[in-house]
Design a protein around this ligand. Sequence first.
Ligand SMILES: Nc1ncnc2c1ncn2[C@@H]1O[C@H](COP(=O)(O)OP(=O)(O)OP(=O)(O)O)[C@@H](O)[C@H]1O
Length: 284
Amino acid sequence: MSVSDNLLSGKGIEVTYGAKPHLFGPPGHGIKVLHGVDIDIGRGETVGIVGESGSGKTTLGRALLRLVDVTAGAIHFDGKDITRLPATDIRPLRRRMQMIFQDPMASLNPRHTIRRILVEPLLLHRLASDRKDAERRVAKILERVTLPQACLDRNPHELSGGQRQRIGIARAALLKPDFVLADEIVSGLDVSTQAQVLNLLKELSRDLGLSMAFISHDLSVIRAVCDRVYVLRHGRVEEEGDCERVFTAPASAYTRMLLDAIPLPEIDPKWLGRESLMEEAPAA
Ligand SMILES: Nc1ncnc2c1ncn2[C@@H]1O[C@H](COP(=O)(O)OP(=O)(O)OP(=O)(O)O)[C@@H](O)[C@H]1O
């Protein structure tokens, strides 16, 4: 794949936490958690980042979005070097690079209604001409993520975990991003809800031509949604390749060990073709 085909790429990324000199006292040496990672995410491509806990998956995702500073290496987004771009120049790119979190409760304001949570970003980013236009778009996306319109008048805690995750997806999709980072977004959900959420995300990424990085410690989730996968180990890329190839013929003994550790069955591929359920039981 040529450089121009990549929407987002990182070359030689290093991240050291706590490396900045302390204001008072001796400089901190820090802990290096990424050791020269190369990663490319093509336009319209869904790339998986997998590895054991602490291998640096979240740090890598956040570094690509410039949410943590890199201590070495380069990040390019849509052909532009964003490695050292000041915060004021990053801000306009934020809409184009969205993130969906593991726990939507942490990112959805508990005091706001779903209507407000979805309408306000549209107005803030001037993606709707007025409130009425914003509400029309919100009603449409709610239908797209198969949630009843009645959800709009509820607060996040009144929805089930699966419904909240769909709101997280809807909020990201409304902003018409080019890139979405999905970090462990189905880990807290039961297996059939996981399949519905993954299915929805797959459809949306195809319809919107999104590029995605999908972080999971669960290889069966990665296999269900990704085109290519990067296997991280102690902050280094252990193996990279086409998803099916890595799963069926892993080149590295470490990847093989991860695969052997999967408790089967997890996501049954046949569920990914299943109709989404309109109603889910609210979380207890
Ligand atoms: N803000 C931080 N400050 C200091 N160390 C951090 C910080 N965030 C993460 N780390 C450390 O960096 C290493 C990599 O963490 P990271 O969260 O990127 O890994 P991960 O593969 O996503 O793990 P998990 O699957 O458990 O979320 C870990 O040792 C972690 O303790």
